[in-house]
Design a protein around this ligand. Structure first.
Ligand code: ASP
Length: 413
């Protein structure tokens, strides 16, 4: 909590410094950005990223050892993926409805003839899913291929569980490695406020608030969608399925959200979101590691909301009417796109190209939303990881293993 407070102070200071430099000393900003802001941000991001592969490998293996029974593993996997798909589809319905209701693209008369955007090749979803079995686990780790690492780690954990006493020492090794990595996370997080300051000063200083004015309506729709989805869907799921107070949930998970907000990367935030869910939300390690690591990679409701809103915005800006069938295609492709989106800053925008193409909208339209995306990315990343934690709480409760909250008022009947 103290850490979250310090990060927030750093964020506020960063916004302030970035904005002042942007308005009054753009030349000085470039220097400060190159020598102070960017380095601070990069040091922090790298420190966090450094831990991601070992955290995922160790904690998934340990989680699978804990679950042991393959039937139980399949059941937990099924519940997790079911939760992910349903909430992402709901996220899209919310975003599309808000977009159709508030017409963000119709209000501003956007200049579409000059919009240019070089679409990058989005990785085909089928490849992502088929490529889940690593031919070389070391390469998977070296490349940070999350799904492959998860697959291999689960298999290793499964083997250790099956062999039992025979490999008792290997199990102890994983347990102790986990202690070590949790300590390192706490240690590295001491740098978080400085990193957050650098990241936000850099983002605000290079964009200023100009871009924001024209895009107010679009931003409003995205932020409104993110807010509604978090409160209603995650809050509702935590209350009904997790049997915990939503207020308790959001309050205790807040430190991880702040880190996601500063880094705009679900992957870089994973170490701290695992730790927060296990220590504060009392999700057992076996479920938290599995659900949240998988979720950081494939479950991105915040990204889906941005994509839904952007599709509607771009269609309206180009005066193209979307049929109900096309809206359904948007939901389907955006669910797939959010699975394929890499958990790094700005990735959601690359996948947006795929959704636009699926319904025949001009990919150049992305240029219209590009200016404000950096800031929206921060908020949607916080929502992305909140969905994973909400899922972890619900799955743990359904398995009857959610720990007792520190404060009894957190319980719901
Ligand atoms: N930055 C997001 C994340 O890491 C992905 C995106 O929407 O760009 O969760």
């Amino acid at each position: 909590m103290k850490l979250a407070r310090n990060i927030i102070i750093a964020l506020v200071a960063g916004v302030f410094v970035g904005l002042i430099l942007n308005l009054f000393a753009p030349g000085l900003f470039l220097k400060a950005d190159a020598f102070i802001f960017k380095p601070l941000g990069t040091i922090f991001l790298n420190l966090m990223k450094m831990l991601v592969v070992p955290v995922v490998f160790i904690s998934i293996a340990l989680g699978t050892i804990g679950i042991g029974d393959p039937k139980k593993l399949g059941r937990i996997g099924g519940k997790t993926i079911g939760f992910f798909l349903i909430t992402t589809a709901i996220a899209l319905v919310i975003a599309l409805s808000l977009g159709l209701l508030f017409k963000p693209g119709a209000s501003g008369n956007f200049e579409t003839s000059t919009a240019v955007y070089e679409a990058q090749e989005a990785p085909p979803i089928a490849d992502t899913l088929l490529g889940i079995i690593p031919t070389n686990p070391i390469t998977a780790m070296a490349e940070g291929n999350m799904l492959q690492i998860i697959f291999f780690a689960a298999l290793v954990g499964f083997g250790i569980a099956m062999l039992g006493k025979k490999v008792g020492k290997v199990k102890v090794l994983f347990e102790q490695a986990n202690e070590l990595i949790m300590y390192l996370i706490t240690f590295v997080m001491k740098f978080a406020p400085y990193g957050a300051f650098g990241l936000i000063a850099s983002a605000i200083g290079s964009q200023g608030f100009d871009a924001l004015r024209a895009m107010g309506m679009y931003m409003g729709v995205v932020l409104g969608g993110l807010f509604i989805h978090s409160i209603l869907i995650y809050g509702g799921a935590v209350a009904l399925l997790g049997k915990r107070s939503p207020v308790w949930f959001f309050k205790n998970f807040f430190p991880a959200q702040v880190v996601a907000f500063s880094t705009s990367s679900s992957a870089a935030t994973l170490p701290i979101s695992l730790k927060t869910a296990q220590e504060k939300l009392k999700v057992p390690e076996s479920i938290s590691s599995f659900t949240q690591s998988l979720g950081a990679t494939i479950n991105m409701d915040g990204t889906a909301i941005m994509q839904g809103a952007a599709v509607i915005f771009i269609a309206q800006a180009y005066s193209i009417d979307l049929s109900t069938g096309q809206l359904l295609i948007v939901i389907l492709t955006a669910v797939l796109a959010s699975i394929g989106t890499a958990a790094v800053p700005g990735a959601g925008l690359i996948m947006l190209a795929m959704v636009l193409t699926a319904v025949g909208l001009p990919v150049e339209g992305i240029a219209l939303v590009l200016g404000v995306d950096r800031l929206l990315d921060m908020v949607r990343t916080a929502v992305n990881i909140t969905g994973d934690a909400a899922c972890a709480v619900c799955v743990a409760q359904s398995e009857g293993v959610l720990g007792e909250p520190d404060n009894n008022g957190a319980k719901m009947m």
